[in-house]
Design a protein around this ligand. Structure first.
Ligand SMILES: C[S@@+](CC[C@H](N)C(=O)[O-])C[C@H]1O[C@@H](n2cnc3c(N)ncnc32)[C@H](O)[C@@H]1O
Length: 437
């Protein structure tokens, strides 16, 4: 994550707008933005990520303008160029990248005229952007927009949240359309939180401890209101610290690993929670992952954090099957299941564009298959922590209820259940079960 000042000028704005509009187009075709951004050159990524994230976060707002000034829907290339540019104009001088409005408009028109599929629309883009820019500048601060939620969420998504969280659903979606702050997890094997705060302070980086989430005390979480690139974080490459949302940091604490425990992280990539478990205790660990590409990231993270050892095995396999398993039962299992990711939209604004309503039921079935198999691999007396980064009850509370009814030897222990997204944490669901002996 970069501050706007550091992002500035890593690429001419007109080029950044062109690439960002193309990236938005890829998301509309169903590709994950993480995948698209991974393919960019290092100098392109920060500004393109920033512009595309903002374009997706302000989709509803930018399209209110587009509809107002172009009654007939423009071709996709023009629509995406306009959405990226209007999102940038909407940020104004405070939240924006420091570009004056006229520069943003000029650079966007330049981008439009230099890219073959859009060059014919230069006049239209110029006229529309000048009108939008004037309107934004003239807009009364307190003007109430037609739709208070600036970001696109499909109707079925809105309806589900409205039904399940009638009092807070709008506030939740408005929250998720904001930029998420940078949250760190200090590696307890290397530093206490206070020691690391002191190191940050020496570098002029302000941080605040996050004491708890949903009543679970956190000892290593830090909030940086001003984001910095990870390369500026003291000791980052020596494994002193990781970037991890505060809501994700309660998983390892709830599972409470002890030295010598045999632990399975059943859905492990990219290894954020695997690493946290190993930072808390030198346990035996199988980090299992189905996706070969994602699997590679686990080793990289554990290497950086100096957590690799003979007791840690990174295994490619399907947690709903047993082909990879040696038959020895586990003391503790973390099941951070594949899910809709509806709780982490603030960090992945492409999710609402990619999910389909039918995905939720398909995911529910996958989660049940993995839960069933994981339970068979747990020792009597052992603990299983079920986690999703979802806010849909189908993937959370409904699953826990189903599980408790299905497995009579499952004793439900206290755990936060549904955690809604806030400024410092994404949305998660947590359920903890003990296997009766
Ligand atoms: C929510 S992510 C895990 C995030 C990870 N625990 C962390 O904290 O960094 C879920 C992961 O489960 C993997 N996965 C999906 N189905 C799986 C299966 N049947 N067996 C094992 N892994 C699976 C996905 O590829 C994805 O990497």
């Amino acid at each position: 994550m970069l501050t706007d000042q550091k992002i500035l000028h890593s690429l001419p704005l007109s080029e950044a707008i062109t690439i960002s509009a193309q990236a938005v187009g890829e998301v509309m075709l169903g590709r994950s933005l993480t995948e698209v951004l991974d393919q960019l050159d290092a100098h392109e990524r920060p500004i393109v990520q920033s512009l595309t994230f903002d374009a997706l976060r302000k989709w509803v707002r930018s399209h209110e303008f587009i509809k107002e000034y172009i009654p007939k829907v423009p071709p996709p290339e023009v629509e995406y160029l306009l959405s990226v540019t209007i999102a940038l104009l909407l940020q104004g001088s405070t939240g924006g990248k420091g570009y004056p409005a006229h520069t943003i408009v000029d650079q966007s028109v330049k981008a439009c005229s230099e890219y073959e599929p859009t060059m014919y629309a230069k006049g239209l883009v110029n006229a529309v952007l000048r009108k939008v820019s004037l309107k934004i500048q003239a807009q009364n601060e307190g003007a109430y927009p037609p739709d208070p939620i600036p970001m696109f969420f499909p109707p079925w998504w809105r309806a589900s949240l409205k039904k399940n969280f009638p009092k807070v659903w709008q506030a939740m979606l408005i929250q998720q359309a904001q930029r998420a702050p940078l949250i760190l997890r200090v590696n307890a094997q290397q530093h206490t939180r206070q020691e690391y705060q002191d190191l940050l302070q020496q570098e002029g980086i302000a941080s605040e401890p996050i004491a708890e989430i949903a009543g679970i005390a956190l000892s290593s979480a830090l909030l940086l209101r001003e984001a910095v690139p990870v390369s500026d974080l003291p000791g980052f490459y020596a494994g002193a610290v990781s970037v991890q949302d505060a809501g994700a940091q309660i998983a390892a604490i709830l599972l409470d690993p002890k030295p010598g425990d045999r632990v399975l992280d059943a859905c492990a990539a990219p290894g954020g929670k695997t690493a946290h478990l190993l930072e808390l205790a030198e346990c035996g660990m199988i980090a299992l992952e189905l996706d070969g590409t994602r699997l590679g990231k686990i080793g990289g993270n554990l290497d950086r954090l100096r957590l690799q050892s003979d007791a840690v095995k990174i295994v490619r396999g399907d947690a709903s099957k047993t082909a990879w398993w040696d038959g020895v039962l586990f003391d503790k299992i973390l099941l951070d299941a594949p899910c809709s990711a509806s709780g982490i939209v603030a960090r992945h604004p492409d999710i609402p564009f990619l999910r389909r309503e039918a995905d939720i039921h398909a995911l529910q079935l996958r989660q049940r298959a993995i839960l069933t198999q994981a339970w068979n691999m747990l020792k009597p007396g052992g603990l299983l922590l079920y986690v999703t980064c979802s806010v849909f009850p189908e993937e959370g509370a409904d699953q826990a209820t189903w599980f408790a009814a299905e497995f009579v030897d499952a004793l439900r222990l206290p755990a936060p259940g549904q955690i809604l997204p806030t400024e410092v944490n994404d949305g998660f669901y947590y359920a903890l079960f003990k296997k009766n002996g």
